[in-house]
Design a protein around this ligand. Structure first.
Ligand SMILES: Nc1ncnc2c1ncn2[C@@H]1O[C@H](COP(=O)(O)OP(=O)(O)OP(=O)(O)O)[C@@H](O)[C@H]1O
Ligand SMILES: [Mg+2]
Length: 386
């Protein structure tokens, strides 16, 4: 579907430039114990797409609300395009938003909702219908313009909200789980669509999600949050391949964890040394946690060699989970007091199905085992490794 999005009008003279966002040492303390957002700092260049990823309650919405200027931080500063967020009243800010709780006007039609920001911003009335239609088409709601909001499904309402946020070609787009109510296929299509629109309009975007695929697919940068703090800020490939701490390793993708003590070149567990790649400063003898991703472990018959592996462990299959395009094996590795490993296995013809109870060999390349200090740098790891 092709819609011309760059039909800029005199009312948005700088459309396509995007705002830089600067968040400096920002905290939000609701006075309920731990702060919801705790000392967060980052810069976002104009035109870039940032995703904030984190578990429920990690402070994502609170941070986004502060960036939108809806909530004043208890500490720190936020500037957008070089100016404090609250320098202009909300309807004068060039910020498009889709929040978790959609604030659509239920008594208006979809088209009227999408037209609303154009009226507020005094777009040429003659241009409004075509623009509204273009953006309803964009979110695949062509033909639904005359429906009232309460006559649309949840996912359709969500898409009206997206069209309404984009229709005036804002310089900053703030999205709080805008795709959460959509079915997987539509969600994945919309993710790519977001990417395309974002490129086309050059709009600086901050997207909140707990869908890791979405984060990896659409973002220039990702911030992973937990307990109100930034755990890591990196490009998608780096975030996935070089997680900075065990929380990130466990949150993005599927990882198995091995607890041991640091020895030169790896970690020691139950009298055996596993080679690994240390992440950050690690002192010999200190408690460490090794992390290995499910797709980096190979599984094979107990009595045969494993290709491409320099580390090998005997184990027993505990469970086999059919995920359609792959199998997830849960294997009890015979190391230390036994460690549970999760292993992805792509075997379309199911030539080598290992049923539960079967002894197997598992293995990996030593550099794929990332070794972290057991005490996380932030000390606030909420995702308990398996
Ligand atoms: N107005 C409020 N008053 C008190 N506590 C709040 C308020 N809003 C949020 N919190 C708390 O702050 C923390 C972060 O909440 P927030 O809504 O930012 O999380 P989130 O990462 O968006 O989670 P989710 O993925 O579930 O939407 C939570 O512990 C929440 O209970
Ligand atoms: Mg939220």
């Amino acid at each position: 579907m092709e819609v011309s999005l760059s039909q800029s009008t005199t009312t948005s003279p700088s459309a396509g430039v995007g705002f830089a966002v600067r968040v400096k040492n920002v905290s939000m303390d609701f006075g309920t114990g731990a702060p919801a957002v705790d000392g967060v700092s980052f810069d976002l260049e104009p035109g870039k797409f940032l995703t904030i990823l984190g578990p429920s309650g990690s402070g994502k919405t609170t941070l986004l609300r502060m960036i939108a200027g809806f909530q004043k931080p208890t500490r720190g500063e936020i500037t957008i395009g070089g100016k404090p967020v609250d320098a202009a009243p909300p309807h004068r800010r060039s910020i498009g938003m889709v929040f978790q709780r959609l604030a659509l006007f239920p008594h208006m039609t979809a088209a009227e909702n999408v037209a609303f920001p154009l009226k507020m911003r005094r777009f040429d009335p003659a241009s409004v219908p075509a623009r509204v239609k273009a953006f309803l088409d964009l979110v695949r709601l062509g033909g639904y313009g005359e429906r009232r909001i309460n006559e649309l499904s949840g996912g359709q309402q969500q898409r009206v909200a997206i069209a309404r946020a984009l229709v005036f070609e804002p310089e900053l787009l703030l999205l709080d789980e805008p795709l959460a109510a959509l079915d997987r296929k539509l969600r994945e299509e919309m993710q790519l669509e977001f990417r395309r629109i974002q490129h086309e309009l050059g709009v600086t975007t901050i997207n909140v999600t707990h869908d890791q695929r979405e984060a990896l697919v659409v973002s220039d940068d990702i911030i992973v949050m937990d307990g109100g703090r930034i755990q890591q800020h990196a490009k998608p490939v780096t975030m996935y391949r070089e997680p900075g701490n065990p929380f990130v390793a466990g949150f993005l993708g599927v990882s198995s964890f091995v607890e041991g003590h640091a020895v030169p070149g790896g970690l020691s567990i139950g009298g055996r040394t596993l080679g690994g790649l240390p992440v950050g400063e690690i002192t010999e003898g200190e408690p460490v946690r090794g992390a290995i991703r499910a797709e980096q472990i190979r599984i094979g018959p107990i009595d045969a060699p494993l290709a491409d592996c320099d580390t090998r462990i005997a184990g027993v299959v505990r469970d086999v989970i059919f995920e359609g395009d792959r199998l997830l094996y849960v294997v009890r590795g015979e190391i230390g007091e036994s460690v549970e490993f999760q292993i992805y296995h792509h075997d379309p013809a199911a030539f080598s199905l290992f049923e539960a109870g079967r002894p197997v060999a598992i293995g990996w390349r030593r550099n794929d085992l990332k070794i972290f200090r057991s005490a996380s740098p932030t000390g606030r790891i909420s995702g308990k490794p398996k």
